[in-house]
Structure formats: structure tokens, C-alpha cells
Design a binder for this molecule. Structure first.
Ligand code: NAG
Ligand code: NAG
Length: 490
């Protein structure tokens, strides 16, 4: 009995509560993003718990504060092409269809549902936006030349975009971004150009094209590295020839980047077994190597064309240098060897001349004796070489015997009133090759015999050169006992 009553009671209860629930309006929880030209359905659903009579229903769609579409007994539209479905409204579907949206359709929409006395509204954002595609072109650049690296920013909406270039994270100047161009699909595209004159070390620098656009959550950074191309230079080196006549052809390849390279020797176009040194990195970042090829029996190679052949990514066509190998005869080889020896001797001779030019040489003291009974004694002393103006020759009379200490001044005996008189004369004569001769003459005039040691000293005017000294001892018995060879009377 109570079981049979239950459905009827439930119905009664519903009728008593007026049959309606609260008016609930729902829209998509996230914003609607679309691209221009497409059709968009802005969803909006409502429910009241019971079917709604269209007579008492009012639905409004607003963009900001302006009305876009309205249903109030009949549907009316301010935006051309917009539509609400009458059948949909009957089942609580107030979704608005906007065909072929453009930039002006974007904004915050409000879906208002009125079933008197209830009125509910929800908002949904429509964004007409397309994020850009970013690609970088022209990263293969030639060292030392003007290059244009292009950042292609395409298919974005709306047309406002910011493009900058980064080098190791810092903005680089000099780039140019063209105004955005509207394409046939209703999307914008643009290009930004970075002019560069790169050096080889730029290959290790990190670059990026940095793009900011409203449709992007975070900016796009299209990172890249430059592939710096530098073409090789090719030099043929003189062949190495041993005395036995074995020849090695050599070529040097330098200034290239990147390191990948193919170097080969060809004989009349046919590859030969070549040896290639490992590439060396030069201070400017480029690479250099040597390639050699040994000719076992060069006689048989006479008149053949040998080519050093280089292939490298920086070269449009392979690089080649050709050598025509002419075998030297054995007499020619001998001539070369003799020439070598002769050159060596010449160098030795030259070294000797240069050495002599710098060396300062001092002669021994020469003695002359003139006048009655040898009353005038002349002592000569000379020095030769690259002399300075301040260089001097100085005479001294040494204390005789084994007496210690420095010799006395030459003028001392004179002052002491002894029976000797002295006179010194000095000359400078220019010689060839910037050399000079400095000559000093000591004239001793004496009533009696002169004896004892004398010295002549070369005193360099500047430090760093050697003081040189020569001695002579005049003996009373013989007149003279020189340390040196006898010289003639002047
Ligand atoms: C609401 O109506 C639109 C047409 O106006 C339709 O495309 C859509 O599928 C409907 N939504 C639901 C949930 O029935
Ligand atoms: C830019 O990229 C698009 C494809 O993403 C391509 O069709 C177009 O030719 C490129 N433009 C330039 C200037 O490279």
C-alpha cells in the first residue's frame, strides 16, 4: 500500500514547489580561441528543471555592452550571420553561432537568459588569435662577408608582433623587421633580417630569434648557431728531393672552416696515396694542414701532371693546383749540393766580417827612438773598431820592480822635477764600415836614459765593453826591452 502511493506523492510534492528549480546557465569554462575566417559556436546552456515555454524566454548575447543577438519571441541579430537555434532554445541550448569570425568578433561575450522572474548570465571570452610559426634561414654564413640571416615569422593573428635577435642572450642591434603582411588565409606573416659579417669564432656563439605575440603564452626563442664557412687557400710547397732522388710533393691547405675537408693528390687525374697531417687550429679559428705524396721513382714521373685537389663545403667547385714534375738529372743534383756548400761558406765569411766590425782590437805598444843618443823615445799605441766619441787611450808610467799598488800618474815624475819631459798626442782616423782607429803617441824627452814599465789603457766611454791594457818596459842597458816586436824609428 505505501509502495503504490509513492509515485503519486512525489508528483504532488513537485507541483506544490511550483515545479521549477533555480535557473542555471553554463558556458565553457575556458576561453574560446579560434583563427580568423572560421565558424565559432559560443556554447551557452540553461536549465530550469522543467521544459521552458519559448513565450516566456528571453535570451541575449552581448559583446561587451553591445547586443549581438537576441531572442524575444523572435530572434534578431546585430552581427550579420550570427544565429541561435530555436529548436535548441526549447531544450536549453542558447549557443551562438558566429560564422567567419574576424578580429572585431574577439572579446568578452555575455550569455543572458531571462525566464521571469529569474535572470541569469555567464561570460565567455572569444579570442581570434593564431600563434606564429618561427623559422630561421640563412645560418650558413661566409666568414668576413656580409650575410643576411632571416627569421621567418608566419601565419599569426592579429598582425602585431615583436621580433628581436639575441646573441648569447643579449639583444643584437641592426636587425630590421618588415611590417606584417596579410596573407590569403587571413593570417599575417613577416620576416626579420639580421645582417652579419661573422668571423670564424662566431660559430660557437648561441644566437636566437625572439618572437613575442599575444597568442603566445611565452615568447618563442628559435635558437641557432651559425655555420661559418671559410674557403681554403691552397699553396704548393717546393718538393723535397733526397740525394737518392726520392721526391715528396707537398701542398698546404689553410684558412678553412669547418674542419671537414678532403685533400688528395692526383696524377693525371688519378688519385695517389697521399698523407694528410691532422688539421691544426690557427689563432683565428681556421684550420690548416699539409698533404704530401711520395714519388718512389720520380724518373718515371717526369712530365706527369700532379695536382693537389681540395674539396670543402665552402667551395662551390673543388680547388686544384697543378705541378709539372721535372726530374732533375744527377749532375743538376750535384750542382744544387755545391751551390748549398758555397752559400754556407759565404754565410760564414759574412759572419766573420760582421764580427770583426763589432770587435775592438788593440795593438801592442810600438817604440821608436830618435834624436841624439836616443834622447827622444816615442811610444805608439792604437786601437781599432767601432769606437764611440767618449772612448780614450790613457798612458801611465808604472812603478818599477815588484812594488804593489796602482801605477802613478804619468805627469807625476814631471812634477817631481825629474829630468824627463812627456808629451801625448791623440788622433782619430775613420776607416771603412763605420770603423775608426784611435792612435796615441807618447813622446819622452830625457837627458839620461829612460827605463821602467809603461802602460797604454783603452778606456771605453760606455759600460759593457772591455778595458784593454798593453805594457812595455824600457831598460836602461839596452835602451829598450819591449814585450812586443821591435818597431822602426819614426
Ligand atoms: C546546441 O546548438 C548548436 C546549434 O545552434 C549545436 O551545434 C550544438 O551541438 C548544440 N549543443 C548541444 C549540446 O546539443
Ligand atoms: C616562411 O615560411 C613559410 C612556411 O613556414 C614559407 O612558406 C615561406 O616561403 C617562408 N618565407 C621566407 C621569406 O623564407
Amino acid at each position: 500500500m505505501p509502495l503504490a502511493l509513492a509515485p503519486g506523492l512525489l508528483l504532488l510534492l513537485l507541483l506544490a514547489s511550483g515545479a521549477r528549480g533555480a535557473l542555471v546557465v553554463s558556458v565553457p569554462s575556458s576561453r574560446v580561441q579560434t583563427q580568423p575566417g572560421s565558424d565559432v559556436l559560443l556554447g551557452c546552456h540553461f536549465s530550469l528543471g522543467v521544459p521552458v515555454e519559448l513565450m516566456e524566454l528571453v535570451v541575449q548575447w552581448k559583446l561587451g555592452n553591445s547586443l549581438v543577438a537576441e531572442f524575444d519571441n523572435v530572434a534578431s541579430y546585430r552581427r550579420p550571420g550570427a544565429s541561435l537555434s530555436q529548436e535548441g532554445l526549447q531544450v536549453g541550448n542558447a549557443s551562438l553561432l558566429l560564422p567567419r569570425v574576424g578580429g572585431t568578433d574577439a572579446g568578452l561575450y555575455t550569455c543572458v537568459v531571462i525566464v521571469p522572474p529569474s535572470r541569469e548570465s555567464r561570460q565567455v571570452e572569444l579570442r581570434v588569435e593564431v600563434p606564429p610559426h618561427v623559422s630561421v634561414w640563412g645560418t650558413e654564413v661566409r666568414a668576413g662577408e656580409q650575410n643576411l640571416v632571416t627569421c621567418n615569422v608566419s601565419n599569426f593573428y592579429p598582425g602585431s608582433v615583436s621580433v628581436t635577435w639575441l646573441r648569447d642572450g643579449l639583444v643584437v642591434g641592426g636587425s630590421k623587421t618588415a611590417p606584417s603582411q596579410l596573407g590569403p588565409t587571413g593570417l599575417y606573416s613577416t620576416t626579420s633580417i639580421l645582417p652579419l659579417v661573422p668571423s670564424i669564432p662566431e660559430a660557437s656563439v648561441s644566437y636566437a630569434c625572439h618572437v613575442q605575440h599575444v597568442a603566445l603564452g611565452a615568447p618563442i626563442q628559435e635558437a641557432f648557431r651559425l655555420s661559418v664557412l671559410s674557403p681554403p687557400r691552397l699553396t704548393l710547397l717546393p718538393p723535397l728531393v733526397t740525394l737518392e732522388g726520392q721526391a715528396t710533393l707537398q701542398c698546404r691547405v689553410s684558412g678553412y672552416h669547418p674542419a671537414e675537408i678532403t685533400v688528395q693528390w692526383l696524377r693525371d687525374g688519378v688519385p695517389l696515396l697521399s698523407m694528410v697531417s691532422p688539421p691544426m687550429k690557427e689563432p683565428d679559428g681556421s684550420f690548416a694542414l699539409r698533404s704530401s705524396c711520395i714519388l718512389d721513382r720520380p724518373e718515371s714521373s717526369a712530365q706527369a701532371n700532379f695536382a693537389c685537389h681540395v674539396q670543402h663545403p665552402a667551395l662551390a667547385a673543388p680547388l686544384e693546383r697543378t705541378a709539372v714534375w721535372i726530374v732533375p738529372t744527377s749532375s743538376e743534383l750535384l750542382a744544387w749540393v755545391l751551390l748549398g756548400i758555397l752559400l754556407g761558406l759565404l754565410l760564414l765569411l759574412l759572419a766573420r766580417v760582421v764580427y770583426r766590425g763589432c770587435n775592438i782590437s788593440m795593438s801592442k805598444i810600438h817604440r821608436g827612438q830618435c834624436g841624439p843618443e836616443g834622447s827622444i823615445i816615442v811610444l805608439w799605441c792604437e786601437v781599432e773598431g767601432r769606437l764611440r766619441a767618449t772612448d780614450q787611450l790613457a798612458w801611465a808610467r808604472l812603478r818599477p820592480g815588484k812594488e804593489p799598488g796602482r801605477p802613478g800618474e804619468l805627469s807625476e815624475p814631471l812634477l817631481k822635477g825629474e829630468s824627463e819631459q812627456y808629451q801625448i798626442s791623440t788622433w782619430r782616423c775613420p776607416l771603412r764600415l763605420g770603423r775608426e782607429r784611435l792612435m796615441s803617441c807618447l813622446i819622452i824627452c830625457s837627458a839620461g836614459s829612460v827605463h821602467g814599465p809603461f802602460s797604454c789603457t783603452f778606456q771605453p766611454g760606455t759600460a759593457g765593453r772591455r778595458v784593454q791594457e798593453r805594457h812595455i818596459t824600457l831598460s836602461s842597458a839596452q835602451g829598450v826591452t819591449p814585450d812586443t816586436d821591435l818597431s822602426s824609428c819614426l
